[in-house]
Design a protein around this ligand. Structure first.
Ligand code: BG6
Length: 469
């Protein structure tokens, strides 16, 4: 237990979701299909159908129907005392095919109403521009981010939403978990890997396009609203060497750098020197246009947002598999695990905050952290989710320590304040919320919302600015 809260007075306590995991209404009011609408069993590791196939179940199509329930849900967030709420704009609500000349007015209106509702309730919107939900047409017609044309489509989309919401949204993030280009190229980058041989070439080429797009977005944002904050967003659960064998230690370091490559470019504004050797050894030739590097240099991000769920351990030579929240590595005997096998490592959060703040010295924002587990109603009709409370409490205690260590942390958003569809598996039963939603893995349920024990617990934490931890 900390004896003193070090959370700053204006700390952004909040919750975070993504459009495709919550909104549903996948083809309403002019919305076009996104990749997340044609993947079964989890956008991260599931099966990509390429189109909607009759008889297949796609969890995003209804999700928790946030599209029609947002007022009721925001009222609950306000009751919990949230200061901010992170969600994404579904790109294909605004540009149904991604390459349209004109935006879809109905899609724009939806987010007007959503942001107004948040602001009315004293909740600051924190908006991800692209969260694993690229318009499907940009994959099928253009091949995703490997195609330079996506820079223009993203730029048009970004300018449209910046202009429209300039008075409503101050905090933005360019791409969710951008370092997942390597582990989940389809969900993160819309990259369909055709050939293992050219995989790295595709990933680094797509990464370059994303860096240019991010720089253009940052530039426009500052012109449209000078005091706005643009953030990068990475999955930064730490990687520990499995043993003290120097090869494991060094390879773990290299693996970490594979992720930090993205924040290095977007925060420092230059490609790191270690990139050259990687590119040479893998015969990678990244095509750049005149002016790209200047643009990247001049338009860096203002803060680093990241997700933290767990730590991973790595041993030299082992195969690296992708998953959300980090990589699957060797078993860490010192840590307990969730029912989904994710090691629980609160001190790792303090470690990462220090690592990142030492490296960049810009504000950090923990935009995802939470506990995915099963919930059951007890005989009194209540959900007593002590395991979840325990998880969050331990992580917040370590976050308090990180602030005490000198890290500039501007906020913390609980992943899935309300139960949503899991990105990893497409399930509903992997629940994160302090608000329960009555819906099961087969899509059945009344969608009724009810508070869990953690609702009141978090309410108290926010009310006391961390003193009750
Ligand atoms: C992050 C993603 O990787 O992890 C979220 O940004 C995702 O979209 C979250 O939901 C938790 O993962 P999962 O698989 O438990 O939903």
């Amino acid at each position: 237990k900390p004896n003193q809260s070090h959370f700053p007075e204006n700390f952004l306590w909040g919750g975070a979701i993504a459009a495709n995991q919550a909104e549903g209404a996948w083809n309403e009011d002019g919305k076009g299909p996104a990749i997340s609408d044609v993947i079964r069993n989890g956008i991260v590791g599931g099966t990509f159908d390429g189109e909607v196939i009759d008889g297949h179940y796609y969890a995003s199509h209804e999700a928790i129907d946030f599209y029609h329930h947002y007022k009721e849900d925001i009222a609950l967030f306000a009751e919990a005392g949230l200061k901010c709420f992170r969600t994404s704009i579904a790109w294909s609500r605004i540009f149904p095919n991604g390459d349209d000349e004109q935006p879809n007015e109905k899609g724009l209106q939806f987010y007007d109403s959503l942001f107004d509702e948040l602001l009315k309730n004293g909740i600051e919107p924190v908006i991800t521009i692209s969260h694993f939900e690229i318009p499907l047409n940009l994959i099928t017609k253009y091949g995703g981010w490997t195609n330079r044309k996506l820079i223009d489509f993203y730029e048009r989309y970004a300018v449209t939403i910046f202009k429209r919401y300039k008075d409503k949204v101050k905090y933005w993030m360019n791409f969710n978990e951008i370092n997942h280009f390597h582990t989940i190229p389809l969900a993160a980058g819309g990259i369909l890997i055709q050939d293992e041989e050219t995989k790295l070439q595709d990933i680094y080429q797509a990464s370059h396009h994303v860096f240019v797009a991010a720089a253009k977005a940052a530039k426009h944002l500052k012109e449209i609203r000078p005091d706005a904050m643009m953030g990068a967003m990475l999955s930064l659960s730490p990687i520990y060497p499995h043993t003290c064998h120097p090869e494991s230690v060094f390879e773990s370091y290299q693996l970490r750098r594979r992720s930090l490559f993205y924040s290095d470019v977007m925060i420092r504004g230059t490609y790191p020197t270690y990139a050259k050797r990687i590119w040479d050894e893998h015969h990678i030739n990244v095509q750049m246009a005149d002016g790209d590097l200047e643009l990247i240099k001049e338009n860096t991000v203002d803060y680093l947002g990241f997700s933290y769920y767990r730590s991973s351990t790595h041993e030299a030579g082992m195969k690296i598999l992708g998953n959300t929240g980090g990589i699957i590595g060797k078993d860490n005997p010192y840590l307990e695990k969730t029912d989904w096998g994710w090691p629980i490592d609160p001190l790792g959060l303090r470690y990462v905050c220090n690592e990142l703040y030492d490296r960049y010295e810009i504000p950090l924002f923990i935009v995802e952290n939470g506990f995915g587990g099963k919930d059951e109603f007890d005989k009194d009709g209540k959900i007593i989710d002590d395991e979840r409370i325990n998880y969050i409490q331990k992580h917040l205690i370590q976050l308090n320590e990180a602030i005490k260590d000198g890290c500039d942390i501007i906020g913390y958003t609980w992943w899935g304040p309300i139960d949503i569809v899991s990105a990893g598996t497409g399930e509903m039963k992997k629940r994160y919320g302090f608000i329960h939603v009555d819906k099961d893995n087969d899509g059945k349920g009344t969608l009724k919302r009810s508070k869990k024990k953690s609702f009141q617990w978090y309410q108290q934490v926010i009310k006391t600015n961390g003193q009750s931890l």
